[in-house]
Design a protein around this ligand. Structure first.
Ligand SMILES: [Zn+2]
Ligand SMILES: [Zn+2]
Length: 169
């Protein structure tokens, strides 16, 4: 959804209806579940605040199964009009939440996609206790038991393991 900056009223614009965002994500398997965005002008700048909720399929870093992650994404971004001279476009290290808008236009779909992407975990796990793939036979150890030994069995360790796996009373 593209909004025209000069059309934004003094008291800002609020977007709270997911239905207004048609295909916000390039990847159609991503889903925007909720949105509450406020777009306000601050001089020539735009300040967008609020929150997104999205469901995104990710691939587990251990077992390589795809799983959906539901995330809430706080939004607090300032947009500056893009300077005509490229040298002015350098942003400081503490300006991560700064971006630019061009030609009196702000594309909220791009904002939604960018903010969602930034909020995704770098090393996704389908669950914290994911057991991953067997290094020997490659089965998904969450769903399939295998009897592979990943290293030569050490009788002393095996004895300890027996102790540890014995049910406690
Ligand atoms: Zn996993
Ligand atoms: Zn195995």
């Amino acid at each position: 959804m593209i909004i025209r900056v000069s059309d934004i009223p003094d008291d800002g614009l609020t977007f709270a209806n997911v239905g207004e965002f048609v295909a916000p994500y390039t990847d159609r398997s991503w889903r925007l579940d909720g949105v509450r965005l406020n777009v306000a002008r601050d001089g020539d700048d735009l300040v967008v605040t609020g929150e997104l909720a999205a469901t995104v399929p990710l691939t587990c870093g251990r077992c390589v199964e795809e799983f959906p992650i539901a995330i809430r994404v706080p939004v607090d971004v300032r947009y500056l009009p893009r300077p005509a001279v490229a040298d002015d476009a350098e942003l400081g290290a503490d300006d991560l939440d700064l971006d630019f808008y061009d030609n009196d236009e702000l594309n909220l779909n791009v904002l939604v996609e960018t903010e969602t992407t930034l909020a995704l975990p770098m090393k996704p796990l389908c669950r914290s206790e994911c057991r991953g793939l067997c290094a020997v036979c490659g089965v998904n150890r969450n769903t399939t038991a295998c009897s592979c030994e990943t290293r030569a069995p050490d009788p002393r360790l095996a004895a300890l393991r027996d102790l540890a796996s014995r049910p406690h009373h």
